[in-house]
Write a protein that binds this ligand. Sequence first.
Ligand code: CA
Length: 224
Amino acid sequence: MRILIVEDEASIAKFVRQGLSEAGYAVDMASDGEEGLSYALSAEYDVLILDIMLPRMSGLEVIRELRNQGNKTPTLMLTAKDTVDDRVQGLDAGADDYLVKPFAFPELLARVRALLRRPPLQSGSLLQIADLEMDTLTHQVRRGDCLIDLSPREYAILEYLMRHPNQVLTRTQIGEHVWNFDFYNESNVVDVYIGYLRRKLDYDSDYPLIHTVRGMGYRMSMEE
Ligand code: CA
């Protein structure tokens, strides 16, 4: 198993590298964000250990860029202070776990082992139906090669549909999932938004993915 450590504090990097090497892992080290990104993109690592505060490019920018490029290497972020903001930002940017400094080496090792146990595809954030892809971390939506720009509301509806492929979802179900208590059942707002989505997703395509089920609601699938 091959691990990349991106850490600018030499003492921490050295101690982590030594511990992981002794535990039988192959370890590479990078000491700034740009170098880390270029290493992470040029080799297949099984785990990435990424400090947040780094010179030249922060750990958050590195993980965002990796995920944008489709790289799914399980990633443990190291945060200097235990603030909710740091943790939330790290996880939102695509990290799989985090560890607050200072940490005990056995805990780092346990977290690395836990990341290695995950099946690689499960740690990804990609929803897919036919050639439509949604990355729930970066909020990017593509159909084929085309990047699709969605409003937050359109995105929320599409995510709900994509998480329930091939199922008929009623207007009420869709409305309540996306508008919560503000949803007003009598309005045609769901149909309006489905119309927006169709224009953006299905308009130029050979086969539509959003289907109307008469008298019931909508269904997302490849088949008519
Ligand atoms: Ca640092």
